[in-house]
Design a protein around this ligand. Structure first.
Ligand SMILES: [Zn+2]
Length: 381
């Protein structure tokens, strides 16, 4: 095994080996999780699992179609989350632990789980009931009304996430470092950005992976740095990483992504509106008694399988966006600083420098490190 030439001054063979081992460990785990999920999917559909759940609730809530639907869907969702749970646990406390990334305690893992579940129920519950209610009584175009509701819900979530939801899981404190603050403020002004503040997030309480991001949109936009990122990069490198994030905004990547999601959900719901009228949709997936909620449930279970096929397109589009953001960063900050920041981040996150090209082309939202850095190096002249 060899460290690629561009990285050899800063990445040791040991670190390179560690990144390769970490990648292998993560993909093995991902593969077994995928297999178990596929088995559960088969058991729920062709194996008659959903029909059994439906029969169970049929006895308890015979006269309440909407409540029964919500109960059936929640039961099936609960099953799928229970299946994922041991894998999350293993990833955090065995894999990440072994490679020295995990900072979580078991009690934190449990409290995160409880918070996520309650939040999911509080936000998802009303949407689910509303969806079932529209399917029941809004006529032929229920799916269009649901799409409007769903889109509005997503926009509201984007707006409230930074101020109301993210603080449930992490602490955000205003950036203190005056020198860094000045540098960043002047970069923001130069790029024509207004932000609602610069914040440091205690990412180090959960993991030692470093990151920086922009969150929210419109007036509630804020810049968030993981404390782990600030601890590792120097001022110029942080500035370059931020310039990359600004590049995503300048090229409207965020808006385009939202527009794409809205289009996909529009097409998906229109498809569901048609599918639920086809008897084979139910019988083909192991359900004897057709109903609105079964149609919705089957759709929720099966659509990820089809979305999976779109993944290479999404990944390739996303990698194109990364190059655009890098080019912007090279213009607004310094390409050399971004290169050294990337090398440090790849090293500290034990991200593999040499991914399998086929795998990378299918899955990776970010281009391989060596290609990104080679392109950036061209900007330094
Ligand atoms: Zn990016």
């Amino acid at each position: 095994m060899q460290v690629p030439a561009a990285f050899s001054p800063s990445i040791t063979l040991d670190a390179h080996q560690k990144a390769a081992d970490y990648t292998v460990a993560k993909s093995k785990l991902g593969l077994s999780e995928g297999l178990v999920q596929a088995m559960l999917l088969l058991a729920l559909t062709l194996g008659g699992g959903l029909q059994m759940i439906d029969n169970f609730w049929q006895q308890l809530l015979a006269d309440h179609a909407i409540l029964r639907g919500a109960a059936v869907i929640c039961s099936a969702m609960l099953l799928t989350s229970l299946i994922d749970l041991p894998f999350d646990y293993y990833k955090t406390f065995i894999v990440d632990e072994k490679f020295g990334f995990n900072k979580m305690t078991v009690s934190m893992f449990i409290s995160d789980l409880v918070k996520h579940s309650l939040l999911g129920l509080a936000l998802g519950g009303p949407i689910l009931l509303l969806a079932l209610w529209l399917m029941e009584g809004a006529g032929e175009y229920w799916w269009f009304y649901l799409w409007l509701v769903w889109s509005a819900f997503n926009l509201i979530m984007l707006a409230v996430y930074p101020n109301f939801i993210a603080p449930l899981f992490n602490t955000f404190s205003p950036l203190q470092d005056e020198q860094l603050k000045n540098r960043i403020e002047s970069l923001l002004t130069k790029c024509g950005f207004k932000s609602q503040g610069l914040f440091v997030m205690d990412g180090s309480t959960r993991s030692s992976h470093g990151n920086a991001y922009f969150t929210g949109f419109g007036a509630s936009k804020r810049v968030v740095f993981f404390d782990t990122l600030l601890a590792r990069l120097n001022t110029e490198e942080i500035e370059a990483v931020l310039a990359h994030e600004l590049g995503h905004f300048r090229h409207h990547h965020v808006i385009k992504r939202i527009a794409m999601l809205f289009t996909v959900s529009f097409l998906g719901l229109a498809l569901l509106g048609w599918l639920m009228q086809q008897p084979w949709f139910y019988t083909g997936l192991g359900v004897e008694s057709a109903s609105n909620y079964m149609a919705l449930m089957l759709f929720l279970l099966v659509s990820p399988v089809f979305l999976f096929l779109l993944r290479p397109c999404m990944a390739s589009y996303s990698r194109k966006n990364e190059f655009e953001a890098d080019a912007y960063a090279a213009k607004q900050a310094n390409a050399k600083d971004l290169i050294s920041a990337l090398v440090k981040l790849y090293r500290d996150n034990a991200a593999t420098l040499t991914p399998d090209p086929m795998h990378s082309a299918f899955y990776d939202s970010h281009p391989p490190a060596s290609i990104r850095i080679a392109k950036l190096a061209a900007y330094t002249g």
